[in-house]
Design a binder for this molecule. Structure first.
Ligand code: HEC
Ligand code: HEC
Ligand code: HEC
Ligand code: HEC
Ligand code: HEC
Ligand code: HEC
Ligand code: HEC
Ligand code: HEC
Ligand code: HEC
Ligand code: HEC
Length: 326
């Protein structure tokens, strides 16, 4: 029996969601509470954005007209916002908050001109940097380093993955559900998840974002870390994490991927080699340049000694055997 802690932590995530939901409901009648709640900050970032955007958006002289005015001409877009998380913006300022204009800029000129498209901010016409700046004007605290992550640096915009009006998912207003969203660009990763042994991402048991943070992280490959800042694998496979009285030190120094492929493999247990013998002998050969001990001489490589883990069963570490027998 293996214990996967992510399953047992699910109820916590659920109850958090419920708590959030409740606090939203509570905010509707009592906006005093809303004022105390830490809100995503607009201010300087957003102001400087609207100044930059005169060729694509309102001039500095434009003023806000309110959501209801926009809705008279843009029924579909308004309905789409009503159904998603950004509807919360309307609850701010005593129920007078802006949804439309907090993303598209002040609308008076656009409305007065009967819908001149050059007088309102359009995400479709904006550069990636302009478009991201609008989103980050409120979400910077959640994703402060996005511009320095591999997605940010490659010019993948917030709106490459999220859609404000046309989301087809219940999760985070994504353009497409995972993993299809990720495969749409990372086609090279897809075959691994079709191998005989693989993490069940396509089956919906887990997501790419269980291991990767698409908004970047401090680890290589945008990997998330476990709660104790250890490798992400240990979040679910806590039984491999130790600490053990007798550690297999390579796990801490070189990581799980020195023996396992994270996505998928033709080899059982997602091993990097198709027989365990070869895997172990990468390090445990007498001729090794490293301090790693070779196998004892009685390990004569006859059949009996090929299947190393038949005897060295506790390969991730043991509390009772310095050679990982039990
Ligand atoms: C009087 C009707 C009317 C009102 C009110 C109105 N719009 Fe428009 N809007 C239009 C028309 C017409 C277009 C289409 C222009 C085109 O396709 O060339 C448009 C286009 C847009 C676009 C797309 C621009 C582009 O180039 O892709 C956005 C975004 C937009 N409106 C936002 C708003 C917002 C926000 C409000 C409220 C502040 C608003 N509109 C109010 C008529 C209106
Ligand atoms: C969270 C930011 C955000 C808010 C709030 C928002 N929009 Fe948009 N809007 C976008 C983005 C991003 C696009 C580009 C298409 C997409 O991503 O769905 C867009 C596209 C549009 C378009 C172009 C046509 C289309 O559907 O692609 C119109 C018109 C529009 N929005 C109107 C509105 C109106 C009216 C409101 C208020 C009810 C509103 N928007 C609120 C971000 C926003
Ligand atoms: C004016 C501030 C503001 C702007 C601009 C803004 N957002 Fe948001 N966003 C919010 C608020 C408020 C929420 C509500 C969720 C919360 O934090 O409780 C939210 C929620 C979200 C969520 C979570 C949805 C969910 O179902 O969990 C996503 C994703 C998101 N925004 C993406 C974007 C993107 C992409 C843009 C740019 C196109 C953008 N936001 C622009 C304020 C903003
Ligand atoms: C490569 C795809 C991708 C890009 C680019 C991306 N996101 Fe996300 N975003 C996701 C996915 C997938 C989730 C849901 C899983 C998760 O929470 O990581 C998510 C979740 C969110 C959430 C809700 C949960 C949270 O982390 O707060 C917000 C808000 C959000 N994104 C905003 C943004 C903003 C703002 C940008 C641009 C700076 C952006 N995202 C860029 C894929 C992306
Ligand atoms: C719009 C295209 C696009 C989408 C959608 C997308 N990515 Fe990316 N991703 C890129 C680009 C471009 C890069 C940077 C170049 C590269 O390393 O391939 C990148 C980089 C990465 C990296 C880092 C690779 C490295 O070498 O550091 C990871 C991990 C990653 N993406 C995971 C994801 C996940 C998970 C999703 C889905 C939530 C996703 N991506 C969705 C385009 C995309
Ligand atoms: C079980 C955790 C896990 C899951 C689930 C996962 N990854 Fe990864 N991924 C990793 C690790 C670990 C690496 C680093 C590999 C290495 O160091 O050799 C990686 C590397 C990558 C890279 C960069 C290197 C490469 O192989 O091209 C991309 C891109 C990537 N993953 C995308 C994805 C996408 C897309 C999904 C979902 C379809 C996904 N990953 C699901 C753990 C995971
Ligand atoms: C979000 C939870 C989660 C994370 C994170 C995770 N795994 Fe898994 N892993 C699973 C589940 C669930 C299974 C069970 C097999 C299945 O149904 O996919 C599994 C199966 C495995 C197996 C095969 C076990 C067998 O009996 O064949 C190996 C090996 C493995 N994971 C290694 C890793 C490594 C290495 C990492 C980090 C790169 C990792 N896992 C990250 C959930 C996770
Ligand atoms: C020195 C190589 C090596 C390293 C490093 C390693 N493993 Fe393993 N792992 C194995 C071998 C060999 C097996 C197969 C054992 C067997 O045949 O019974 C295995 C089996 C597994 C299994 C299947 C169930 C089990 O416990 O037997 C999981 C899950 C797993 N490893 C996860 C991890 C995780 C997570 C890490 C990083 C913390 C990791 N492994 C690091 C060699 C390694
Ligand atoms: C990436 C390199 C690497 C791989 C692969 C590897 N090991 Fe190790 N192993 C080490 C290191 C380093 C030590 C610690 C040696 C020391 O204590 O100085 C060690 C220690 C051991 C020990 C304890 C020896 C002692 O005297 O403390 C045993 C038994 C062992 N490994 C068996 C295996 C088996 C069986 C496999 C294959 C499933 C394997 N190892 C794969 C690097 C590796
Ligand atoms: C039939 C059971 C068996 C198999 C199979 C087996 N070993 Fe061992 N291994 C042992 C015994 C017994 C010892 C000595 C334990 C002691 O000294 O207490 C040992 C010791 C070791 C040590 C410790 C050496 C030292 O100097 O500390 C390493 C490393 C090792 N084995 C690696 C391997 C590798 C790699 C394989 C697969 C190629 C393997 N073993 C297969 C039984 C086995």
């Amino acid at each position: 029996m293996r214990s996967f802690t992510f399953l047992s932590s699910l109820p916590i995530r659920l109850s958090l969601t419920i708590l959030l939901g409740l606090s939203l409901l509570a905010m509707a009648p009592a906006h005093a509470a809303a004022a105390q709640k830490p809100k995503p900050q607009k201010s300087s970032a957003q102001e400087s954005t609207s100044q930059k955007l005169t060729e694509n958006g309102p001039s500095a002289a434009a003023h806000r007209v309110g959501n209801d005015t926009c809705a008279t001409c843009h029924t579909d877009e308004s309905k789409a916002i009503d159904g998603n998380a950004h509807a919360r913006l309307a609850l701010e300022h005593g129920g007078k908050g802006d949804t439309c204009e907090s993303c598209h800029g002040a609308g008076s000129e656009h409305v007065d001109s009967g819908g001149d498209a050059t007088k309102i901010f359009s995400f479709a016409k904006a550069t990636t940097a302009q478009s991201d700046a609008v989103c980050l004007s409120c979400h910077a605290s959640a994703h402060p380093n996005f511009n320095r992550t591999s997605h940010g640096e490659a010019g993948v915009a917030c709106t490459s993955c999220h859609s404000a009006h046309h989301s087809k998912t219940s999760e985070a207003m994504l353009k497409a559900p995972q993993p299809q969203l990720c495969y749409s660009c990372h086609t090279d990763v897809k075959p691994a998840f079709e191998q005989a042994f693989h993490h069940k991402v396509n089956e919906g048991v887990m997501s790419c974002s269980d291991c990767h943070d698409p908004h970047g992280s401090f680890q290589k490959n945008n990997l998330r870390a476990a709660a104790d800042q250890n490798q992400i694998c240990m979040k679910c496979h806590s039984d491999t994490a130790g600490p053990f009285v007798y550690e297999h030190p390579t796990i801490k120094t070189e990581g799980c991927t020195s023996c396992h492929t994270p996505h998928g493999s033709q080899n059982a247990r997602l091993l990097t080699q198709n027989n365990v013998n070869n895997l172990c002998m990468q390090c445990h050969t007498a001729s090794s340049l490293f301090t790693t001990p070779g196998t004892p001489s009685f390990h004569n490589q006859a059949n009996q000694f090929q299947a190393c883990t038949v005897c060295h069963t506790q390969i991730h570490g043991s509390n009772s055997s310095n050679v990982f027998f039990k």
